[in-house]
Design a protein around this ligand. Structure first.
Ligand SMILES: [Zn+2]
Length: 301
């Protein structure tokens, strides 16, 4: 790749970035999907020739999120927001560095995006309620304490709110082997977010992958976690995220009897555009940043 070509791609990228803004608030149509694919191609080429363009990767993800939703509301899902120098496992996909997260949130604010929770999304999807222009949802799965410590102050400053999909046994401080690598938010902390306008929603009791258990146990995980969230937050939240996105039609049939909406995954590299059923939403894992402590593992902590 020669310098001239890179510059040309950069100019096109800027042009496409300018095209991005009008897309917010409008339904993605064929032309928009074409534009997005073009954008993604350019972003991936730039990424190859100039590694380290984290913001560019984020814009790419955001665009894919629009296409994947095929609606006005893209959903970005985070898990943990760590201090930049904190050590976790190598190439940890659930991690985003605080500095990177801040950049991403500031970028959304610059685009004029406004956050909504899954309460508003369900109202808009199922009850035809109005939704904010330029709406976007910011999700956090697994109720980790560093969401409260690190993500919330940044989001609060920007007037953003999020949805926490809560593993209720962790919030109850019930021992949960395999899920205790990082401190969890308990109900008191979760209710501070609730009071800040966030939505607290169920994500099973134990984070069992529901495709790997029998249907009775799966139903129990769904119902119990739903009931516990309502009981401890005092607010009904029939919005469910499958652990690790593991779902199938039999599970979906159960979920529909309990919840208003369910959440699936899409990937930023999959060019196929799948329109989810009305009650279901796709969501995307944003890029986690480059300085993810390669070469370390948890044993060095
Ligand atoms: Zn999870």
């Amino acid at each position: 790749m020669v310098v001239g070509e890179v510059n040309m791609l950069k100019r096109r990228q800027v042009k496409l970035t300018q095209c991005f803004k009008p897309l917010t608030g409008t339904k993605i149509n064929g032309n928009a999907a074409l534009l997005a694919n073009q954008y993604i191609n350019i972003a991936s080429v730039l990424e190859q020739v100039q590694p380290g363009h984290d913001l560019l990767r984020f814009q790419h993800h955001l665009m894919v999120a629009y296409i994947a939703m095929n609606t006005r509301v893209p959903i970005l899902t985070y898990h943990r927001v760590h201090l930049d120098d904190q050590v976790t496992v190598p190439n940890d996909p659930g991690r985003v560095n605080l500095s990177e997260f801040k950049k991403q949130m500031q970028h959304l604010a610059k685009l004029g995006m406004q956050t909504v929770t899954h309460r508003q999304i369900a109202g808009w999807l199922l009850d035809d309620e109005a939704i904010l222009d330029n709406a976007i949802a910011i999700d956090f799965d697994d109720n980790r304490q560093n969401v409260f410590d690190n993500a919330w102050p940044i989001m609060r400053e920007l007037g953003f709110v999020g949805t926490v999909f809560t593993i209720t046994d962790l919030a109850d401080k019930t021992p949960l082997p395999g899920m205790e690598m990082y401190p969890a938010m308990d109900w008191q902390t979760l209710n501070e977010l609730r009071d800040g306008g966030w939505c607290i929603a169920p994500h099973t009791c134990t984070h069992t992958f529901l495709t790997q258990t029998d249907l009775d146990s799966a139903r129990h995980e769904m119902q119990q976690s739903y009931d516990r969230v309502c009981e401890m937050t005092g607010i009904d939240a029939p919005y469910f995220a499958y652990p690790s996105g593991c779902w199938n039609q039999a599970l979906e049939d159960i979920a529909k009897t309990i919840f208003k909406t369910t959440l699936h995954w899409c990937t930023s590299t999959d060019p196929r555009i799948e329109v989810p059923p009305r009650y279901a939403r796709n969501r995307l894992l944003p890029p986690h940043g480059r300085q993810c402590c390669v070469g370390h593992d948890l044993r060095s902590l």
